[in-house]
Design a protein around this ligand. Structure first.
Ligand code: DX5
Ligand code: ZN
Length: 221
């Protein structure tokens, strides 16, 4: 199966978001990566819960891939209308009771995903593999687009792949941050399944969006 694409909407043309989403929908990408930030867990704010909810409207085939970089993320689930089809990533570092938060996501019919930042040991995820559909490996320090890759990201990705394979669980690996033209092929080889593509690839200056999406899929087949 080919790698799955999740363009990072915070890197899109923010003045024409509905058009951007319709374009992606027509291009057949699997996910729309929506970063939500509380300005506490990370020193930045992107979309509020109303925007996260409103992204659903123009989406026919794409699923929401909601990356919540916020403390106690469950407080936002109602306002975001988390439900069937959503992939929802919460940070291990931001929840007092991770199991309860993952269970809450599952109870809403959505797919739970545990996200870990670059300084969190990869084997932390072992405790959650029974409860998640995916693990989000941050390959930059969370909070901003356009950052360089965090140290040891590629080694961490291979380590995570081995942990998931050894667990025999059907858990996907998502990579988020500087998933660039130069790196996405190696990330695929090292076992990434879902690719958050932002300013370093599909929303870069090198290609129009349709050509960028086409090129990305050839690199992560
Ligand atoms: C970082 C965000 C990512 C990031 C990806 O906190 O989660 O979505 O913007 O885009 P680039 O390619 O700019 O790292
Ligand atoms: Zn993200």
């Amino acid at each position: 199966m080919r790698g799955l694409l999740s363009p990072s909407v915070m890197c899109a043309d923010l003045l024409h978001l509905a058009d951007e989403i319709e374009k992606l929908d027509k291009l057949g990408v699997e996910y729309l990566h929506i970063d939500f930030m509380d300005n506490k867990f990370v020193p930045n704010i992107t979309f509020d819960t109303n925007m996260v909810r409103s992204f659903k409207k123009p989406m026919r085939n794409i699923k929401r891939d909601i990356h919540i970089m916020a403390f106690e993320p469950q407080q936002y689930f109602d306002a975001m209308e988390i439900g069937e089809g959503d992939l929802v990533s919460v940070h291990f570092e931001a929840c007092k009771d991770v199991h309860a938060v993952l269970n809450d996501i599952k109870g809403r019919g959505a797919d739970p995903c545990i996200a870990i930042s670059p300084d969190t040991p990869v084997d932390t995820v072992k405790d959650f593999l029974d409860e998640v559909k995916a693990v989000l490996l941050m390959t930059v320090y969370p909070g901003f687009a356009g950052q360089p890759m965090a140290p040891k990201s590629m080694e961490r990705l291979s380590e995570l792949r081995k942990i998931v394979d050894d667990s025999c669980k059907d858990v996907k690996i998502e990579v988020d941050g500087h998933v660039s033209w130069d790196h996405c092929g190696e990330m695929r080889e090292r076992g990434a399944d879902i690719f958050v593509a932002g300013s370093s690839s599909v929303y870069g200056k090198d290609y129009p969006l349709d050509k960028a999406v086409e090129r990305f899929y050839t690199l992560v087949k």
